[in-house]
Unconditional design. Structure first.
Length: 584
């Protein structure tokens, strides 16, 4: 019986569906119950009013119920219900004692559903209406406009008690519904939070898989490019006498470098998004670095009929300490954009000391950028507009990477441009100036090492990579004696048979990788063999891999494709640091 009654007055439809569906269902059962509560008073005796009003009241509530079932707008029915309830109660109160009438408790009960059915402001408005109704009844009772005497006859007691009971029941009904709704909402929120947590964990796993995939693909792409670019240099030297052949070789190099830049952009953007890209500082001559960079772009500019100028007199004798590779990466991205979007005119590159750093500028006479796109242009995958993307192509990552790399180095970047009149990109980096004496000492160390017959162990399981690394080492250090090993076990045998000044170790090899070889060298070999500098060779751009190399005992990391200047600098630093430690 109780279950049957619960299904009638507390059906599951009140607690299911959307918020609006729940409120509509609740209003439907409130109208049903209030109409049902009004009907018995037609049969309970009270001599002071016409009991036909109870039938009219019930008819009013059930008529509103019918309109609600006919899909009349919910809010209209809710307000009409409250208006009809207060009007009905006010009439009965005026006939049964005015402000002292027992029926006035229904005024309070009428405002309770407003909290569940309407917005806060709407519910507050109806509370004010109910209070105002009480005040009006108080005034008209005070001035005798209605009879404020309460009929205490025994025959009226049942009517009074029934009012109290029905109001208490309705109040309990509203409270019970509210409490159950709250429990259901909390349960739904807990379930939603659990689902969100599952989704979050799934996204983290997907992100990890994506990072692993990108790192693996990047490694597999960069490894053969190391061979292509390395052998391209040799081929260029061999064919330099034939202009046509040299031109073909240059095209191969430019295409490979373009592909390498796309790969690097994707890898760097992924690392920057994950916050895992780290900086590697070294000392370098600023103007010489800029001049060498622009020399690589002169032929590209000439093909398009453009001229390219360097204005760096202010930093002519300036040596700085910073991440040279990341500085060049930012400048390359800006120069690539300048070349891409400039059909006629010139490109100017400037560098000058400002405050505690250096200001760099790349200015062109290209198509320019609309003023409303200046802020968005540094966002990932952004282009000036759709037509620009279709016409000029590109990944849309270059400027976003520039902005993030500059920020990573503690600098700022910006653009000033007028559409159709060119663009000026600028960025400022807090590069630290290095004393000329120290800078010259580093350069002198490179020169001395280039003339010394240093003993180098070169370890890589890829024959082509061995060939490329050997040729670059011979170019940088002509008198070096280079011994090759094609596996980790082979490297340990050669380390046991001969004393080396330096080892260049590929990070990833089958059976025993470069990190395991280095750990074995550091822990099982006697001094001074166990202390020789070891540089990792890797095509991985993941900082985590770099950290693993250093944690294994390697002294530094050299990235593939190999860069001649970076290779010389890292070998010189490693050998000079080792010499200082040995003397100490």
């Amino acid at each position: 019986m109780l279950q049957w009654l619960q299904k009638i007055v507390l059906p599951e439809s009140i607690f299911k569906g959307s918020h609006d569906d729940r409120r509509r269902s609740l209003l439907k059962y409130i109208l049903l119950l209030v109409g049902a509560c009004s009907l018995p008073f037609y049969f309970i005796n009270h001599p002071d009013y016409d009991h036909t009003s109870n039938l009219i009241g019930t008819a009013g509530f059930w008529s509103l119920l019918l309109l609600l079932l006919l899909r009349v707008p919910y809010l209209l029915i809710a307000h009409a219900t409250l208006l009809w309830s207060i009007t009905y109660v006010a009439y009965l109160a005026s006939m049964t004692g005015g402000i002292n009438s027992p029926v006035l408790v229904w005024i309070t009960a009428a405002t309770l559903p407003a909290v569940l059915l309407l917005s806060r402001m709407a519910a507050l408005s109806w509370v004010i209406v109910a209070f105002s109704t009480n005040m009006i009844l108080l005034i008209i009772s005070k001035y005798g406009l209605v009879n404020s005497d309460i009929n205490m006859a025994n025959e009226v007691m049942a009517w009074t008690v029934a009012n109290k009971l029905f109001v208490s029941g309705l109040a309990m009904y509203v409270v019970f519904v509210t409490e159950r709704m709250h429990r259901i909402q909390v349960a739904e929120m807990d379930q939603s939070n659990a689902e969100l947590e599952q989704t979050h964990q799934a996204l983290l796993r997907a992100q990890a898989h994506k990072d692993e995939f990108i790192a693996a693909v990047g490694h597999e792409l960069r490894t053969p490019m190391n061979a292509i670019l390395g052998l391209n240099g040799i081929l260029r030297t061999e064919l330099s006498a034939n202009a046509e052949d040299a031109k073909v070789v240059d095209h191969i190099r430019r295409s490979t470098e373009q592909l390498l830049q796309v790969v690097n952009d994707i890898l760097d953007f992924s690392q920057l998004q994950a916050g895992r890209l780290s900086l590697h500082e070294d000392e370098f001559a600023l103007r010489e670095t800029l001049a060498k960079l622009l020399s690589d772009y002169e032929s590209k500019a000439q093909i398009k009929g453009l001229t390219i100028h360097l204005e760096a007199a202010a930093v002519h004798h300036m040596w700085v300490k910073g991440d040279r590779q990341r500085l060049l990466q930012v400048l390359r991205n800006l120069l690539d954009n300048a070349l891409k979007f400039t059909a006629t005119g010139h490109i100017d590159v400037r560098a000058q000391p400002v405050g505690g750093g250096v200001l760099f500028e790349v200015q062109d006479t290209g198509i320019g950028i609309a003023a409303d796109r200046h802020k968005q242009i540094f966002n990932g995958f952004e282009h000036a507009d759709v037509q620009t993307n279709r016409q000029y192509g590109g990944t849309g990552l270059g400027l976003s990477i520039c902005e993030r790399l500059v920020s990573l180095q503690g600098g700022t970047i910006g653009v000033s441009s007028v559409q159709g009149k060119g663009s000026r990109f600028w960025f400022q980096l807090p590069l630290r100036s290095v004393a000329m004496k120290e800078a010259r000492a580093a350069a002198e160390m490179m020169r001395i090492l280039a003339d010394k017959p240093i003993q180098v162990l070169l370890v890589d399981d890829n024959a082509v990579n061995l060939l490329v690394a050997r040729m670059m080492l011979k170019k940088c250090f002509p008198k070096a004696n280079i011994v090759e090993a094609s596996s980790g076990a082979d490297a340990l045998e050669k380390l046991n048979a001969q004393i080396f000044d330096l080892a260049l170790m590929d990070m990833i090899m089958p059976e025993m990788d470069g990190m395991q070889v280095t750990q074995a060298l550091r822990t099982t070999f006697p001094a001074p063999i166990c202390d020789i500098p070891v540089l990792a060779l890797t095509a991985s751009a993941n900082p985590v891999d770099h950290d693993r190399c250093l944690a294994s005992g390697m002294n530094d990391v050299v990235n593939k494709p190999l860069d001649e200047q970076q290779l010389m600098a890292k070998i010189s630093n490693a050998l000079s640091s080792h010499a200082m430690r040995s003397q100490a």
